[in-house]
Ligand binder design. Structure first.
Ligand code: FAD
Length: 474
């Protein structure tokens, strides 16, 4: 498929200029990506494992609802699930702009992790608590899969945080020993022990979290559709919410019909700003990902990938990689090119294949650096997804508005597979005024740091990332 040619707008020209002037990219030793591939449909490997999904039709008539959930990813689906179980008598509708799992939930790296995206600055009690809450979240996800016998591919054989710097590895080792003392079951692996799990070039050690893993999130979201419908949830796909009018009853405008709802949920993560909410709190960051064709046991052995569901590294522009049960290796992040904030939230891919192939080339370069034998691996899928970032890397879950009827859970900062599935419990408890157990957590009704508006945001991001090689954070 040939993408339509587009003339570059001002911001793209500036971006190109800035790239040429200040790019710190290392020369690419091994380009495995041509400019275009047959597979350039921006579909994730997850979608390829569920090819026969038929989205439901749009909402065509005006309706009333007790709760209208906007967005059909993990946050929206988990809220629909928990809310409709708690309140079977209430009318719940879920409105998805495109298809369920169209967003990050169907496009991620698949790592089902504990913790928050950033764990700096928490005291030992809160550190332990966050681990417990997220571990319970992972158990809840797998319980739901088992309870409803969902055909969802997942594994729970642990993930690694890999340290590429000896000093950082030493600090991680001390921290892990302390974590063990306070009951957190992570383990430090020195460079030799790490090799038995995963032989990564340049790794000085790693922290193993044995209670984490990997999941096909798109399958989770889409196979829950009939379960939710059985629980009485009305799901309308291809139904973007265009406008929200606040009041004791809120009015949502969609292309063909209007919804009057007593309460709503913003389950729109990186897209939330487009609805006029949290524009200064969450910014959309595009992350590029690719997946190999399925590898057999001997190919994995040859690569040095022995026993782990995935890893991420300790660099600021995190590289992450996971292994599906079907044998695909997924790889994302790791460079400025692989993460992009774009003016007006446009995607680099597939509209601009030129810039996207530099991102994918850089990705393959990073993967080849860690796994030198990965050079000739066949690539089967490449795609982009949009991460909702906050400046301090904390997600936000709460309720807002003059009438306290606008619930939200957003800003997971690339760490939402577990957290966005927990969000449904948090928001349902909040709605029920039964939310004691969540109140101390850092995301609960949290204040956030404001991000400057455009054009300063875009310029600031370009300057900062290109000059420092890091992502802005406070
Ligand atoms: C490339 C990539 C890799 C990632 N890797 C990992 C990982 O390995 N581990 C991890 O923990 N996290 C990862 N994440 C983050 C994680 O996937 C997200 O935090 C999580 O999926 C967020 O779920 P969500 O439901 O809140 O948002 P989304 O899944 O983005 O869902 C929002 C939905 O809202 C819909 N929508 C938007 N606007 C409207 C509207 N106006 N009306 C109706 N519907 C609307 C969208 O179509 C979308 O389906 C990754 C994210 C990306 C992009």
């Amino acid at each position: 498929m040939t993408p339509p040619k587009q003339s570059r707008n001002f911001s793209e020209k500036l971006l190109l200029g800035a790239t040429r002037l200040t790019s710190k990219t290392a020369p690419i030793a091994n380009r495995i990506f041509p400019e275009r591939l047959e597979i350039d449909d921006n579909q994730s490997v997850w979608a390829s494992q569920m090819p026969d999904y038929h989205p439901g039709g749009p909402l065509r008539e005006n309706i009333d609802a007790d709760l209208a959930i906007i967005g059909g990813g993990f946050t929206g689906i988990s809220t629909a699930y928990h809310f409709s179980r708690r309140y079977p008598e209430k009318r719940v509708v879920l409105l998805e702009a495109k298809t369920l799992a169209n967003g990050a939930s169907g496009r991620n790296g698949g790592m089902m992790l504990n913790w928050l995206a950033s764990m700096y600055g928490y005291d030992p009690e809160m550190t332990r608590r966050i681990y417990q809450v997220t571990r319970a979240g992972i158990e809840m996800i797998t319980d739901i899969i088992q309870r409803h016998q969902l055909p969802v591919s997942y594994r729970l054989d642990g993930t690694l945080t890999v340290y590429t710097d000896a000093r950082r590895a030493e600090t991680a080792q001390q921290e892990t020993e302390f974590h063990q003392q306070i009951g957190i079951p992570t383990r430090f692996l020195d460079a030799n022990t790490l090799k038995q799990k995963l032989n990564l070039q340049g790794a000085c050690g790693a922290v193993l979290d044995p209670h984490s893993g990997q999941i096909n999130g798109l399958q989770l979201v889409r196979t829950l559709r009939p379960v939710l419908q059985e629980q009485g949830v009305e799901i309308y796909e291809q139904t973007p919410v265009l406008r929200i009018q606040e009041g004791t009853t809120l009015t949502l405008q969609t292309p063909h019909a209007e919804i009057k709802a007593k309460a709503i949920v913003l389950a729109t993560n990186a897209y939330t700003g487009k609805l006029g909410y949290f524009r200064d709190a969450v910014f959309p960051l595009h992350s590029h990902v690719f997946a190999t064709a399925p590898l057999n046991a001997s190919a994995l052995e040859n690569l040095g990938w022995h026993h782990t569901a995935g890893y991420s590294d300790d660099r600021d522009r995190i590289a992450y990689s996971s292994l599906t049960r079907e044998g695909h290796i997924i790889f994302g992040g790791g460079s400025n090119q692989a993460y992009a904030y774009l003016f007006r939230n446009r995607t680099l891919y597939p509209d601009s294949p030129g810039s996207a192939s530099s991102a994918f080339n850089q990705l393959s370069h990073t993967m080849n650096h860690y796994l030198p034998n990965s050079r000739n691996l066949p690539v089967a899928h490449r795609w982009t997804g949009t991460i909702g970032m906050t400046l301090n890397r904390k997600p936000l879950m709460g309720v807002r508005g003059e009438h306290r009827n606008i619930y939200y859970a957003i800003g997971y900062c690339g760490h939402g597979v577990t957290l966005a599935n927990i969000a449904g419990q948090v928001l349902t408890d909040m709605y029920s005024h039964d939310d004691e157990q969540w109140r101390d957590l850092p995301f609960y009704q949290a204040a956030y740091l404001s991000i400057p508006p455009e054009p300063f945001r875009w310029l600031g991001y370009q300057m900062f990332t290109r000059l420092t090689g890091q992502s802005p954070r406070l």
